[in-house]
Design a protein around this ligand. Structure first.
Ligand code: A2P
Length: 297
């Protein structure tokens, strides 16, 4: 069971979705099948994850209609530009095996002279939206100044900005800005996985899953630390896309609607913010340092 969040164009987004960042392509179909069987009705993937085909395979296998599942994917920076991003949609819809994508977003901002590629890519999203090929459009990892430039130059306010948010990096300036602009905050790595993935973040940093404050709150409610973190997001109005390839955790992460955190508990979790992001700084993105080619099929 999950609640929904209204987007700024009236489309509704399930509050808890299933994310496949870091899910190996050959494990994706089975992981997404497990998630759909557990009751997830929103899947978040990306061209850059290399696993859109696995998501598509799970959707075809499932005993569900297309309307049952909210599907989100992202165009990668090597596909930015008006025509290239229109083509990126065709690549994504072929891999996913669907004609319409519920939410199509730009995966990363670009900076300096390269920012125009992202603005042209967003213009392509506006065309896809006008043509009914996507039900909503948005961005990811945009910083406040990227949003300002986008809103100055383009017509449609993004429905979402998918950003790093977890108890050790609350990203509060953006959360406030999103509220002002009517943009839904989608939290990636909502459990703080980015702080402990091998090769990402700071290896010396303690995992949010072992945080004593979160542990105490979990004990008080008879739930797990992961459930406390997800509940913290949902109660503060954010959409979450926890990643797991473990069936018991996949089920557990959707089960966050049977308890409520008090204002004091929410504030205790807010106070764990270190102000240090686990992922790369979007202000440093260039086409060269984030280069990744997206294959046709
Ligand atoms: P795994 O996929 O092996 O189950 P995030 O979504 O914040 O990036 O976090 C994902 C990480 O957290 C993965 O390493 C995942 O492991 C782990 N994880 C996901 N759900 C849970 C849970 N309920 N309890 C403990 N660890 C979890």
């Amino acid at each position: 069971m999950t609640t929904t969040i209204p987007l700024n164009n009236g489309v509704t987004l399930p509050s808890v979705g299933y994310g496949v960042f870091q899910t190996p392509p050959d494990e994706t179909a089975s992981a997404v099948t497990t998630a759909l069987e557990a009751g997830y009705r929103m899947i978040d993937t990306a061209a850059a994850y290399g696993n859109e085909s696995g998501v598509g395979e799970a959707l075809r296998r499932a005993d569900l209609t297309r309307d049952d599942v909210f599907l989100e994917t992202k165009a990668w920076i090597t596909d930015y530009g008006y025509d290239s991003t229109l083509h990126a949609f065709e690549k994504a819809s072929a891999k996913l095996g669907v004609e319409q994508i519920d939410l199509f977003i730009l995966h990363q901002p670009l900076n300096g002279d390269e920012e125009t590629y992202a603005l042209e890519a967003y213009r392509a999203l506006e065309t896809l939206y006008a043509d009914g090929k996507v039900r909503a459009i948005g961005v990811s990892n945009f910083l406040p100044h990227h949003l300002d430039r986008l809103l100055d130059e383009r017509d449609i306010v993004p429905a979402v900005n998918q950003i790093e948010v977890h108890p050790y990096f609350r990203n509060s300036e953006l959360l406030t800005k999103h509220q002002e602009l009517g943009i839904v905050s989608q939290a990636w790595s909502p459990l703080g996985g980015i702080t402990f993935y091998p090769g990402w973040g700071d290896d010396a940093r303690r995992s949010t899953l072992a945080d004593p404050t979160i542990g105490e709150i979990a004990l008080a409610h008879g739930v797990t630390a992961a459930q406390v973190m997800l509940r913290w997001h949902v109660q503060q109005g954010r959409q979450v896309i926890p990643k797991s390839v473990t069936p018991a955790r996949i089920a557990q992460n959707l089960d966050v609607f049977g308890f409520t955190l008090s204002d004091a508990e929410l504030a205790q979790i807010d106070a764990l913010d270190t102000g240090v992001r686990g992922g790369p700084d979007p202000a440093a993105n260039t086409r060269e340092n984030r280069y990744r080619e997206i294959p046709e099929a």
